[in-house]
Design a protein around this ligand. Structure first.
Ligand code: F0G
Length: 459
């Protein structure tokens, strides 16, 4: 790996979008008007937006040029040929089905593969994936390694699957398992990578039991970079070689290209099985459009084909991972508890440890997001009790998730490290006055996915 220390962002800025920090008194008023839910804030009232890394990337000049080359033919667009060729060269799968983002890809694949009652094991399913599995009457099963739940200890591959648990799970459930899904990197578990060794082992075990193995590949390139950096035997391999090997173990993947596709909208499904491809095509035509555009414009397909080539450039990935690490180390230096090590796309504050005086029933992850906005105009998101607490159907008691996090997701090629300094300074200022910070209570919530729309009041 190139260890030059004088490297900065591997791009220069050609176009800018002004942003503005509104005064603190206005920030206090805006978050109150939004019922203390950051999803209700207007973007012009946000200074630095770390709500998500999804669909928020800055495209390159080559991608923008690609937009002008859109072939908007309904059937047989040449941009689809370019995308298909690019994915084949990068990942090696036989068939590519374009979709407009990640969740239609999940919808179509789960509809094709799951029979009611079947289990779908994985490292940790993302929330939209889980929802699609449940909607097909499947049962999502998460089998992460135990280290994944310990925020303060270092492990190079916290996204790994617990191989022993998987083996005993399949021994029991092989007749009732639909497919295995490996999410790289593991978003819900902190953007943590999965090692090649773990991927290889999962292939061996799933083959032994005859279970198809798919990737949720939303952040496949970031995962490959961590393998190069941390796993023995990969330091001298190119990112393309690593991606190729990762994908060679799988039967296919779903992809939200809004992450490692470096585009604002896009997705796809890949597979090697012809029968599955035909099934997916039928559903695609019903839900998204013809098989050579899948809900996207020709120009979008072109920008994605170019984005997939750029995302595997090592200079880009070094900048990307280093920026996330920079924010993480600034927070750790200030004594703010985060998931260690930092992952590929976000820094996750351990809100239970950050605000120990606020019980999980008063949403410390949400409180951290609200206070950070008030302090520095930075928007983050809660991944904790608001998103994942549920009522036990038998006892009626609320079951809280083990991790209570505030996610600082960093858009790709959008902010500089000076912006990261402002985020860190904002959290440091919250930290200095944290004893006086109060919890929140929910005043209204929808039936499903309540974190997007719930209303809160201060206690
Ligand atoms: N899989 C993973 C691992 C994701 O992180 C996401 C989206 C999806 C699938 C769904 O893709 O949004 O294109 O439909 N994650 C976003 C986030 C929303 O903020 O983490 P989509």
């Amino acid at each position: 790996m190139n260890k030059e220390t004088i490297q900065a962002e591997p791009f220069k800025i050609k176009m800018v979008e002004p942003i503005r920090l509104i005064p603190r008194s206005e920030r206090e008023a805006r978050i109150e008007e939004a019922d203390y839910n950051v999803f209700g804030l207007k973007p012009e009232d946000v200074y630095i937006d770390l709500l998500t890394d999804s669909g928020t990337s800055a495209m390159s000049d080559r991608q923008w040029a690609g937009l002008m080359m859109g072939d908007e033919s309904y059937a047989g667009s040449r941009n689809f040929d370019h995308l298909q060729q690019t994915i084949k060269e990068l990942m090696g799968f036989k068939y590519v089905v374009p979709t407009h983002q990640g969740r239609p890809a999940e919808n179509i694949l789960t509809a094709a593969l799951i029979k009611p009652g079947q289990k779908v094991p994985g490292n940790t399913h993302f929330d939209s994936t889980m929802a699609h599995i449940l909607q097909k009457k499947g049962v999502p099963v998460n089998l992460p390694i135990p280290e994944a739940m310990k925020t303060d200890i270092y492990h190079p591959f916290k996204g790994n699957v617990d191989i022993k648990k998987l083996e005993s799970f399949l021994e029991k459930e092989k007749g009732n398992t639909s497919f295995f899904l490996m999410t790289v990197t593991n978003n819900t578990g902190g953007g943590q990578p999965v090692s090649m060794g773990n991927i290889r082992k999962v292939r061996e075990i799933t083959s032994k039991y005859g279970i198809p193995f798919f990737f949720d590949a939303a952040r496949f390139a970031e995962n490959a970079y961590f393998i190069k950096e941390r796993e023995e035997g990969y330091a001298d391999k190119s990112i393309r070689e690593i991606v190729w090997e990762m994908m060679s173990y799988a039967d296919g993947c779903t992809m939200s290209a809004k992450k490692d596709g470096l585009v604002n909208m896009g997705g796809f499904i890949c597979m090697n099985d012809e029968g599955l491809y035909e099934q997916c095509c039928e559903m695609l035509i019903l839900l998204e459009g013809f098989i050579t555009y899948g809900g996207l414009s020709g120009r979008d397909l072109e920008a994605l084909a170019i984005g997939l080539q750029e995302v595997v450039e090592e200079d880009y990935l070094r900048y990307r991972i280093e920026q996330v690490r920079y924010l993480g180390s600034r927070l750790m230096d200030a004594g703010i508890p985060i998931i260690n090590p930092t992952g590929g796309h976000a820094v996750y504050v351990d809100a239970k440890a950050f605000l120990p005086h606020i019980p999980q029933s008063q949403f410390p992850g949400q409180v951290t997001a609200v206070e950070l906005y008030i302090e520095a105009g930075v928007r983050s998101s809660e991944i904790g009790a608001v998103a994942f607490a549920r009522k036990d159907e038998e006892t009626g008691e609320v079951v809280y998730p083990e991790l209570e996090l505030t996610r600082l997701a960093i858009p790709r090629r959008v902010y500089t490290n000076r912006h990261m300094d402002v985020v860190a300074e904002g959290l440091e200022r919250v930290s200095r006055r944290k004893e006086s910070v109060r919890g929140l209570k929910i005043t209204w919530e929808p039936d499903v996915l309540r974190h997007f729309m719930a209303k809160f009041a201060r206690l």
